[in-house]
Design a protein around this ligand. Structure first.
Ligand code: SF4
Length: 295
């Protein structure tokens, strides 16, 4: 096989694998790709076809729950490749929305305090969307949600599900860090009014991405999305509805960090197992047993 063809084949396979891991079931091939495929002799079972028949094939599972991965996440091909039109359209609409929020000053007190707007990050076609309440100090500094200690734990939770952070979408209800008096350390919870003011942006993100499941991380995020104040301990593990999309509340990763209790981790993991079942993701026996105690 000519070297160029080998490179094209490898690029195609990497691209298809990335889409498959993100839950895509089909790809649109450009005419040039269609012409080139037969001569590349790509085995059908490797997934390069107009219909990814094995979209539900087992995804790689994490080596251990909530622990650092040993392999790098898959990445999309860089320049020279083209994404399917619908994905490009989602990306375009998300980027337009990101630019709108970047200049937003609806909450003057937050706009004056923030370093930058923290819009959201991830796959514009994600089947799974996580949302927290608001950016903290580290997120405000880096411009990305869930990058502090709680974010690192969230990443490990995603990896324990057999996914990568790039497969899902991660956002907050509030796009700006809640303000604090000068010199005050830490973060504060957003108020219901602040969340209500900013919620239309998250609604729009969800409308563009169209995830199959939303996970609300923590009581404040749940309240911001639904108005429910019953308590996360009561409502976690039960699918609710957010404008037609199943919404599962669970504990915020920062709560797990502050209360390192195995039973609490198991509860969160059971919630994530429910999400995996809803998304038809493969679940190994080992995954089912994470954090089970003997008593
Ligand atoms: S919190 Fe949301 S609505 Fe308020 S200024 Fe920031 S982006 Fe705008």
């Amino acid at each position: 096989m000519p070297k160029d063809s080998e490179q094209l084949r490898a690029t195609l396979l990497a691209y298809v694998e990335t889409l498959r891991r993100a839950g895509r079931r089909s790809v649109r091939l450009r005419p040039g790709w269609r012409k080139g495929l037969p001569s590349l002799s790509i085995p059908q079972q490797e997934g390069v076809s107009e219909s990814l028949s094995d979209a539900r094939a087992p995804l790689p599972t994490a080596k251990a729950p909530f622990q650092e991965p040993t392999s790098e996440p898959a990445s999309l091909p860089s320049s020279g490749s083209s994404e399917p039109t619908d994905q490009s359209e989602s990306s375009r609409r998300l980027e337009a929305l990101r630019q709108t929020t970047a200049g937003c000053r609806r909450c003057a007190h937050l706009a004056g305090f923030r370093s930058q707007v923290v819009f959201g990050v991830g796959n514009p076609h994600a089947r799974l969307l996580f949302t927290g309440e608001a950016p903290g100090a580290e997120e405000d500094r880096q411009g990305e949600p869930f990058v502090g200690p709680a974010g690192k734990l969230l990443t490990r939770m995603i990896q324990a599900m057999g996914l990568q952070r790039e497969d899902v979408y991660i956002a907050n209800i509030l796009k700006c860090r809640p303000d604090l008096p000068a010199g005050t350390p830490g973060n504060r919870k957003p108020t219901p009014e602040e969340m209500e003011t900013c919620l239309p942006y998250l609604r729009e993100q969800i409308a563009i991405i169209r995830p199959e499941v939303i996970v609300a991380l923590g009581a404040t995020a749940l309240e911001g999305l639904t108005g429910l104040r019953k308590g996360i301990s009561t409502l976690r593990g039960t699918f609710l509805d957010f404008q037609g999309t199943p919404l599962l509340p669970t504990f915020h990763p920062s709560y797990l960090l502050h209360k390192p209790d195995l039973r609490l981790k198991r509860q969160v993991w059971e919630d994530l197992l429910l999400v995996m079942e809803r998304l038809n993701l493969p679940i190994s026996e080992r995954q089912r047993g994470y954090f089970l105690t003997k008593d």
